[in-house]
Design a binder for this molecule. Sequence first.
Ligand code: FAD
Length: 287
Amino acid sequence: MKIKDILASGRPTVSFEIFPPRKDAPFEPVREAVTQLAQQRPAFMSVTYGASGNAQANTVQIASFVQACGVPALAHLTCLTATRGSIAGEVDALHKAGIENVLCLRGDLPKDVSGPTGGDFAHAVDLVRALRPAGFCLGGACYPECHPECDHMEDDIIHLRDKVAAGLDFVTTQMFFDNNIFYRYLSKLRDRGVTVPVIAGIMPVTNGRQIARICRISGTYLPSRFKAIVDRYGDRPAAMLDAGVAYATEQIVDLFANGINAVHIYTMNRAEVAGRIMANLRNIVGG
Ligand code: FAD
């Protein structure tokens, strides 16, 4: 099923992100996580590509497994080091696996590479143009706190508008911990003519130290009430889990209450965390 049709229903939806096994790592733990996550009946599940050392071919395999569990899959695809030929191969593999949805991303340079990539694509917009004729439902990434490489939010939004105009059906945000940042961003997008559905990306934080590092890299703002939680519970994993689930739940309830109907949870493959959040939302998403 195409994600644009799921979003068009106008009902509150929750979807999940998972990452496939790293190179040479076993599939079984990821398959187990997918099986458990699928039982939460997410609207769809997205599968990352090449991020954090994932083997790229594993994305299609896991996306295929997601669909075998009865959940529509969204396969991520990055282009920074890709050639037209390698993308044609990816398109073929996605079609063969029956994947209908692709998240078009530029990706980041691998740590051991600097300078020219030898690839045919400079930005995600180029990938969108290449994939449009292939008939997929296409999504892209957007950044409520501006992409870290872009000096001005206005420029970043113009680039996003071009990317959408090239053929995106929806966009998904980078994580944010302050909903007001998201609401202001959404209003700017609408003012600048970006009209496609915007899926709000929510990261449940269950590891205080890890999130401080991620936020430093991505430039994500940590509100003081969030910092207080990490300061108080960061060294107590069970308490941090309770607090992280509560914080993410509160963010999602507020988003739904304010008319945002699509939320994407960065699950980090932790079915227990996603399950606890979904249990909190039982009568909100289902009702
Ligand atoms: P782009 O849209 O190309 O934007 C990148 C930068 O270039 C921005 O600063 C933009 O303003 C600028 N730009 C765009 N077009 C132009 C132009 N024409 N001229 C000048 N500047 C321009 N990474 C992975 O490796 N694998 C994943 O699976 C993955 N999944 C993600 C999922 C989500 C929801 C998000 C938000 C990010 C994900 N990422 C993933 C990270 C992403 O690859 C990085 O953030 C990357 O740095 C930018 O990717 P993009 O697709 O947003 O790039």
